[in-house]
Each structure stands twice: as structure tokens, then as C-alpha cells.
Design a protein around this ligand. Structure first.
Ligand code: FAD
Length: 378
């Protein structure tokens, strides 16, 4: 009997655990450790905040995975021992033959003084209700969506939120304006200068003001303070700076770097039989940028890791590799979405932004529904 530990029951962790369960014999154990009791995709946050669809419709209890033969432990990973392929969950030490670290990116609100007091921490699922209520109560003025640090998960998400809110405010005749800022040189730098400028133009035509290269340093009542400007707001929705979770940083898996370094093809860390996938990793691209943090990539990486572990356990030379291709959706409002897709490992990366369409929005809805069905049965 062999055991695989999957740390984190988010996008990548659930995908990996399900793929492992399908590939490994029933005698092998797949253990998923997650501090939360339920799963939800990040894309639900935009829908919940803007009233497109309720948060709860996309929520699934992780306990369901036990019925598939995955042992779900609802607990907190307190310490990771990568050299021993072991972990401490609450007070229990669990040893394994292989381990997949899928603990995601943690938020660091304290890095921006005033963030906790004045901003809605929009990437925190616990803030969804507060955020939705604040938007519902918003009767006009200046709504600011601020990106307070990069990299952050799902680079298009703050722009999707802006476009969806612009649609809603126009419909409800809410006066005022939407202002978005980011420390990055453009909205979506991975697209390259021309496509990025074209998308910036799209924001402008939706009436959204956009300011790149804006590093906020603190927030005072009603004002974001940046290095070179002050940005007044009536309502502030923020993407907090992100960082590797503390338990991962302390484990030695980052070797002092901001994110876990992995072999970009195999997702192996420097420790034998220990893999890392998804937002916790930092994968460099040929143009000096990093692979965007996205659920679609975490899923694809998880499939590769599950295949490699199954091959290794079967005594075969592992052959599965991640080729760096993938697609993320960029919702543009009015029931449409565009697609950011390409070959991210190409030199230079070949990434394009498609036209938006109703069909692409249907594909985004299916992206969620198909995965929920195949992982949780409904
Ligand atoms: C608003 C928004 C919209 C998005 N839209 C899309 C989209 O349309 N398409 C797309 O592909 N991606 C989208 N994403 C990005 C996507 O959600 C992330 O990239 C993805 O969730 C990363 O998967 P992961 O498994 O690496 O991390 P996560 O899904 O964050 O999972 C990490 C898990 O680890 C758990 N954890 C952390 N520390 C511990 C601990 N110490 N003990 C136990 N458990 C722990 C966490 O609770 C969490 O469940 C969106 C994100 C946001 C915020």
C-alpha cells in the first residue's frame, strides 16, 4: 500500500486528488488535507459581487470526495517536512510516499497599512457577502478597484469585475465612475504591448478609468496613497498583495525565493517525490514574466503530477509533462467573455486575446459546471 498526500483542497488539490484516485489501485491511499470544509471556484467571487449568480450555487462539500475513495482530512497543515515526504496536520504527523503541495497563494493584507480597515478584500471568500452588500448599497460616487501587489491569482479578474460593475451601474443608473489601478505596466502584460493597449481601450470605452504603474503604499479614510498620487474613493475593492503561505515558506520549499520553484515540465520540487502545483509555484517564462496564477493551469498541472506519481508507483519511468498551454476566460459583461489562450512556454510566449462572444461565456459557465460534476458528482 502506498500513500499520496495532497496538501490543499482548492482548484489544483481537488483536481489532483480526483486524478490520482482514478489512476491508482484502490489499495493505495489518496489523502487530501484542507482547512476549509467546502470547495468553490474563484470565478464565483465576481459573480457573487455583481449579482450575476449566487456564491452558494458553486459551492460543494469536500466530504463528498470520501465517497470516491479519497480520505479527506479537514485540518490545518502546520508543518511540512519535504525531505521526509511528511506533514503535520493539527497535531498529527502523516507520512507518505509522495506529496503534492497545492496550498495556493496567501493574502498579505498587513503589507498595506489601512487595507483591513478601509478595503473590501475581494479575493477572500469570507468577504463575498460584505462586498455584495456594499455594492448593493452603493448609490453613486467613485468606486475604486485596486490591485495592491503582483503577482496575484487570475490577472483578468479585477478587470472583469470592473466591466461587470460598469454594466450593472449603467443598467441601474448609478452615477459616478469606476477607477482601476495596478502596479503592473499594463492591464494584462502577458498579452504584449499591443493587445494590452487594445484591452485598455476597451476599459475606456466602458467608461472605466485605468491607471497602470501605480504602487499603493497605504490607505487612509477615503484615499489610497500611492508613491506618486492620491486616489480618492467612496467604495474600495482591493486585491491584497499575495505571498506564499507561511507554512510553505518555513518548509524550505521556496529556498528563499518568493514562490516554490518547480521543474516547469514535471512540477517536481528539489525534494524527491514532492511536487508543487498551482498558485504556490513561481514558473518563469522565456520573456521574464511568470506563468499566470490560474485554476485552469493548476488543474492541468495536477493531471500531470497524478500521472507521474501513478507511473512511478507502477515502476515505470514517469513520462507525463506539462506543456504550458492553456486558456483563461475574461468576462466582458453583457453575457459575453473573451479567451486569453496560448502557449505560455513558447519562446517568446504566444498568448492571444480572442474576441468576446456569448459562446465564450457559455464555455466559461461549462468550465465550472463540468469540473464540479466530474469532481463532486453534481
Ligand atoms: C475573483 C477570481 C476569479 C477567478 N477566475 C478564474 C477563472 O475564471 N479561471 C481560472 O482558471 N482561474 C480563476 N481564478 C484563479 C483560481 O481561483 C486560482 O488560480 C486557483 O484557485 C489556484 O488553485 P490552487 O489549488 O493553486 O490554490 P487554491 O485554489 O487557492 O487552493 C489552496 C487551498 O489550500 C488551502 N490551504 C492553504 N493553507 C492551508 C493550510 N495551512 N492548511 C490546510 N489548508 C490550507 C486553502 O484553504 C485553499 O483551499 C480566479 C480567482 C479569483 C480570486
Amino acid at each position: 500500500m502506498k500513500r499520496v498526500l495532497v496538501l490543499g483542497g482548492g482548484f489544483g488539490g481537488v483536481a489532483t486528488a480526483v486524478a490520482l484516485r482514478k489512476r491508482l489501485p484502490a489499495s493505495d491511499e489518496v489523502v487530501l488535507v484542507e482547512r476549509r470544509t467546502s470547495f468553490i471556484m474563484g470565478l464565483r467571487k465576481n459573480w457573487a459581487l455583481t449579482g450575476v449568480a449566487p456564491f452558494e450555487d458553486g459551492q460543494r462539500g469536500l466530504w463528498v470526495l470520501n465517497e470516491l475513495g479519497i480520505r479527506v482530512i479537514n485540518g490545518k497543515v502546520n508543518e511540512i517536512f519535504p525531505a521526509d515526504v511528511a506533514v503535520e496536520v493539527d497535531t498529527e504527523r502523516i507520512q507518505a510516499d509522495a506529496m503534492v503541495v497545492a496550498l495556493g497563494a496567501g493574502r498579505n493584507r498587513k503589507a498595506i497599512p489601512g487595507f483591513e480597515e478601509h478595503a473590501i478584500d475581494y479575493y477572500d471568500p469570507r468577504e463575498a457577502q460584505r462586498g455584495a452588500a456594499a455594492i448593493e448599497a452603493f448609490r453613486g460616487g467613485r468606486l475604486v478597484i485596486g490591485v495592491f501587489g503582483a503577482p496575484y491569482p487570475c490577472p483578468p479578474a479585477p478587470y472583469e469585475l470592473a466591466l461587470l460593475l460598469a454594466e450593472r451601474f449603467a443598467r441601474d443608473k448609478i452615477p459616478g465612475g469606476i477607477f482601476v489601478f495596478t502596479p503592473q505596466p499594463g492591464s494584462l502584460p502577458i498579452l504584449g504591448t499591443d493587445a494590452c493597449s487594445a484591452f485598455d481601450g476597451r476599459l475606456a470605452s466602458a467608461g472605466i478609468s485605468f491607471r497602470p504603474r501605480t504602487q499603493a503604499v497605504s490607505i487612509e479614510p477615503g484615499v489610497v496613497v500611492a508613491a506618486d498620487t492620491r486616489i480618492p474613493f467612496d467604495l474600495l475593492i482591493g486585491v491584497a498583495p499575495h505571498r506564499v503561505p507561511g507554512v510553505v515558506a518555513q518548509s524550505g520549499l521556496t529556498h528563499g525565493a518568493p514562490w516554490v520553484h518547480v521543474n516547469k515540465l514535471t512540477l517536481e520540487t528539489a525534494f524527491p517525490n514532492v511536487y508543487a502545483i498551482g498558485d504556490v509555484t513561481g514558473i518563469g517564462l522565456a520573456n521574464g514574466m511568470a506563468l499566470p496564477k490560474s485554476g485552469a493551469f493548476a488543474h492541468a498541472e495536477g493531471e500531470v503530477v497524478a500521472a507521474r506519481i501513478a507511473e512511478t508507483f507502477a515502476g515505470l519511468a514517469p513520462s507525463a509533462v506539462y506543456d504550458g498551454t492553456g486558456t483563461c476566460f475574461l468576462e466582458t459583461g453583457h453575457g459575453k467573455a473573451a479567451m486569453v489562450s496560448g502557449s505560455f512556454y513558447a519562446d517568446p510566449p504566444q498568448v492571444t486575446l480572442s474576441e468576446d462572444s456569448v459562446a465564450n461565456f457559455a464555455a466559461k459557465q461549462a468550465f465550472e459546471a463540468d469540473r464540479l460534476k466530474s469532481w463532486f458528482g453534481w
